[in-house]
Design a protein around this ligand. Structure first.
Ligand code: FAD
Length: 416
């Protein structure tokens, strides 16, 4: 779709942003920095001003940091920047014909441009008992407030799902002296984004600390049994725990967009400029399924990088930029003292080349499709990320044997 420059220029002067999370905040902050005049309204249904979520399953859950330390900007920044921050209010409806949104307190706000930055919600288990109130998820500050007091030494805790949320939760719980089991219906951790061999290095790190994994184990029912929770698994066996955290993925909050008739397909569909099927409405962050010109395909990402940088890109676009949002996806997770990073989002790969020792503290795993680098993982080797990104971007052929030779640095290979 060509960029219709006047779609925004003819619009009234108000930008309404729905969702005061990381993406929404960065749209507002960027737009204000570039445009001192426009009215900017940022509406969120949580009690806190915009905050970053990564610390929630790490330092904040461990009790080593307060949620305030994750605030994107101090609470008083928004008024000073003339960003009208409305908290504790849910946007109920988008009325495109009137260019208005309706808020839970009954008020309506008109927009010239609208940004949907509504994020995602934790997926529930669709099994009998999957909606028991005793089951926890780990998505927002309120979830952490509920879980944190329950993490007491000696307790038996169970994480359902061995994705990054389940693994980070397990690391914190073990650190606090809990006895931890992680179960997952898949045969290995980290789903389809990480190669099984690489995923095993992550789980080995947990096993050394006493975490028990049950892979290829689906949950068939969940029951309350006094103060315990009983999890019936596929084999018919019953596991029992004092605390259960469900980390089985997230579902994008597309309701507003769908009800407004915007195109959605596992996320609100946007182009590389963040525009939905209505060019005056944008979508950013976890809720969006965007076209990535570098990868040549559309994808939905749940990552700090995407929330922040797509938010910034859309803030600039509303202010007049014509630069598409185009980045190689990047993600990190911290578990114990280990920092694991993922760069690239390959649709497929056919081999892994290791650099360093997979059983050791640090390594880099390079994902090849044919003779091209399509992704990489680093364990305590963050400096390689930059060069992996360059290799992915360049698309130049590499010899696996050269790639495996740690006497040749990735920097040299990237310069090639
Ligand atoms: P959100 O942060 O979810 O913000 C959306 C906001 O919109 C929420 O406050 C929501 O309540 C609000 N909202 C929704 N609907 C409405 C409505 N109708 N009206 C008003 N408000 C509404 N990424 C990494 O790269 N590395 C990590 O280590 C990492 N750790 C993470 C740990 C946790 C526990 C979680 C949950 C995520 C983590 N992520 C990590 C992912 C990253 O934090 C998310 O991708 C990012 O927060 C997405 O930002 P967002 O603004 O799109 O959505």
């Amino acid at each position: 779709m060509p960029f219709e420059a006047d779609a925004l220029e003819t619009a009234p002067n108000t930008v309404v942003i729905v969702g005061a999370g990381q993406a929404g905040a960065w749209v507002a902050i960027t737009l204000r920095a570039l445009d001192p005049h426009r009215r900017i309204i940022l509406i969120g249904d949580e009690a806190h001003p915009p905050y970053e979520r990564p610390p929630l399953s790490k330092a904040v859950l461990a009790g080593k940091a307060e949620i305030e330390s994750a605030y994107i900007k101090p609470r008083d920044f928004y008024a000073a920047a003339r960003i009208e921050l409305i908290l504790g209010q849910h946007v109920e409806r988008v009325e495109r014909a009137r260019s208005q949104v309706e808020i839970s307190d009954g008020s309506r706000l008109g927009y010239g441009a609208l940004v949907l930055a509504t994020g995602a919600k934790a997926r529930k288990l669709s099994v009998p008992g999957g909606d028991l109130p005793q089951l926890h998820v780990l998505r927002g500050a309120a979830d952490v407030e509920r879980i944190r007091p329950e993490l007491v030494a000696g307790k038996r805790v169970l994480a359902i799902g061995a994705g990054f949320i389940g693994l980070e939760f397990a690391a914190v719980a073990v650190g606090l002296g809990c006895r931890v089991t992680v179960i997952d219906a898949a045969s290995h951790a980290m789903g389809r984004v990480v190669d099984p061999e690489v995923a095993r290095t992550l789980t080995a790190n947990h096993e050394r600390r006493g975490v028990v994994f049950r892979f290829s184990t689906g949950v068939s029912a969940i029951r309350e049994a006094g103060t315990q929770i009983e999890i019936e698994i596929d084999s018919g066996e019953t596991l029992s725990a004092d605390l259960v955290v469900v980390g089985v993925g997230a579902i994008p909050n597309t309701d507003l967009a769908r009800e407004a008739g915007l195109e959605c397909d596992g996320g609100v569909i946007v182009d590389a400029f963040g525009r939905t099927s209505d060019p005056r409405i944008f979508a950013a962050g976890d809720v969006s399924r965007h076209f990535n010109p570098l990868l040549g395909r559309a994808l939905r990402l749940e990552s700090w990088q995407n929330a922040q940088n797509q938010g910034i890109a859309i803030g600039k676009i509303i202010a007049g930029s014509r630069e598409p949002y185009a980045e190689i996806p990047w993600f990190w997770t911290d578990q114990y003292e280990s920092n694991f990073q993922i760069v690239g989002a390959p649709a497929a790969w056919d081999r892994i080349v290791w650099r360093g020792d997979p059983d050791g503290r640090a390594f880099t795993a390079v994902y090849l499709h044919g003779d091209r680098v399509v992704a990489g993982n680093t364990m305590n080797n963050a400096r390689d990320i930059r060069f992996l990104k360059q290799l992915i971007l360049s698309g130049k052929p590499v010899e696996p044997a050269t790639l495996a030779d740690s006497a040749i640095s990735l920097a040299q290979l990237a310069k090639g």
